[in-house]
Design a protein around this ligand. Sequence first.
Ligand code: ZN
Length: 82
Amino acid sequence: MVSRASKSDGQKIEYATKKCPDCYVHLPLNAKECQACKIKVGDVDKLGFAKKPADWKGYLAATISIVIFVVFMWWAFFREQP
Ligand SMILES: [Zn+2]
């Protein structure tokens, strides 16, 4: 079997280093955190920057606050109906 090459992977660029998204310091590709500002960094992206790892707690808190806001607005409008 020949493995199929996906079209989206056709333009993969290899970088020797990645840049910190916060302070733009060059880091080794396998670095897990920035040497300068100590933030956690992920893999290199297509622009040569290190990806910020997903902030699940922040994302969850933001999502919950939006849901609460929407529910509250819906409840407030529903309650004001004559
Ligand atoms: Zn940094």
